[in-house]
Design a protein around this ligand. Structure first.
Ligand code: DAH
Length: 381
């Protein structure tokens, strides 16, 4: 057995040579100084202080040294590691301070900049209400149909059985755009579109639908209409109507009634009913005026002077619009066989509906475009 190597000199271990340790320390200090970012410093830290760094490897060699050599080597390696640790911490602090300064500059908020002075707009309640009505009918399988606002007088009147001398023609105070010549001419057809008006109702969309498509037809037609009324609290020359048309085999007034009941309940709550009062429209036969039970007093204000209802003027009913069974003459004008098909139609004004639904007393509020009016309606869906 050989004696322990008493003459073992730590200087002879390659990793522990003073110049190697100094070089490892200097490399580490240079790498830290060269690191321009915290990420780069992290890499340098791993390379120079990690388990596989030269100084860590040197430190591991100390354990194998004879006792008398350990102290000297330990001191040398310890001093080098201490210097490296200090340099690392100093560079780390420096880079962090730089980063903090940069963040302060880059992410600064200039509180003296002017704010967005344009107030945010709001959806108009008429748009919201129209979409709501459309949704009710789309859910029942109806489609949304549209037509032009500048409409041929044949579509607006003639095809709807409103002849040139028909009294109804004069009640629709019409904006004329182009004169179509003699409207009394026998056998006028949709081709005679020279006479142009701003449509006075949405009913011409019924005609356009029936001329271009075959039954079964279930359409809802919302849109803008025009009449030569002066603007005041209860009239406006431009307003919105919603038209309903169903044409199918075997449709009756009972289907119309059920459909209207459903619409009213979807809009105002369950349990509300409608009633039909006889009326006259050239394009429906029979025709009716549709009323709904007052959604506020539910009829309780009738004959009760102590509890008047502003919404229905204590009538118990609110008038909603006109309706009826499509006149066979209209079906014929659109090339639909009235012996096979029948239909029902309904038309009402959206502004009026919005007014009594929300207690709006002046129509002008609805068209002035003031967001202070529209905003409180929020985003009703
Ligand atoms: N178009 C009519 C008007 O503006 C309203 C109307 C009444 C539409 C009866 C209809 C209906 O579809 O069947 O006065």
């Amino acid at each position: 057995m050989s004696a322990p190597n008493k003459s073992y000199d730590p200087v002879e271990v390659e990793a522990l040579k003073p110049e190697r340790i100094d070089a490892a320390r200097d490399d580490a200090l240079a790498a830290f100084a060269a690191a321009e970012s915290l990420d780069a410093l992290r890499e340098a830290k791993i390379a120079h202080t990690g388990d596989r760094s030269p100084l860590a490897l040197a430190n591991r060699e100390i354990g194998a040294l004879p006792p008398h050599a350990k102290a000297d080597a330990g001191r040398r390696v310890g001093q080098a590691r201490g210097a490296v640790g200090k340099a690392l911490a100093a560079r780390q602090a420096e880079l962090e301070a730089e980063r903090d300064e940069r963040v302060l500059v880059e992410e600064a908020v200039d509180v003296t900049l002017p704010y967005g002075r344009r107030p945010a707009g709001a959806r108009h309640p008429l748009t919201t209400l129209s979409e709501r009505v459309e949704d009710i009918f789309v859910a029942m399988g109806y489609e949304v149909a549209e037509g032009p606002e500048a409409e041929a007088d044949w579509f607006n009147f003639d095809a709807l059985n409103i002849g040139p001398d028909h009294p109804t023609r004069t009640t629709h105070d019409t904006f004329f755009i182009a004169d179509g010549g003699d409207p009394g001419r026998e056998g006028r057809t949709p081709g005679d579109e020279a006479g142009l008006v701003l449509r006075t109702h949405t009913s011409p969309v019924q005609i356009r639908t029936m001329l271009t498509r075959r039954p079964p037809l279930y359409v809802i037609c919302p849109g803008r209409v025009y009449r030569t009324d002066e603007l005041d609290a209860t009239h406006t020359p431009v307003f919105n109507q919603v038209e309903l048309l169903a044409v199918d085999e075997g449709l009756t007034m009972a289907d119309l009634k059920g459909t209207l009941d459903h619409m009213v309940q979807e809009l105002f709550g369950s349990g509300l009913t409608t009633r039909l009062r006889p009326n006259y429209f050239p394009f429906t036969e029979p025709s009716a005026e549709m009323d709904m039970v007052c959604f506020r007093c539910r009829g309780a204000s009738v004959g009760d002077p102590d509890h008047p209802c502003r919404t229905c003027s204590s009538e118990g009913w609110i008038e909603l619009g006109g309706c009826g069974v499509v006149n066979p003459r209209v079906l014929v004008a659109c090339g639909i066989d009235p012996d096979r098909y029948s239909g029902f139609a309904f038309g009402f004004g959206l502004e009026r509906l919005l007014m009594f639904r929300h207690n709006i007393v002046d129509m002008r509020d609805m068209i002035e475009g003031d967001v202070r009016f529209t905003r409180p309606f929020g985003m009703e869906i």
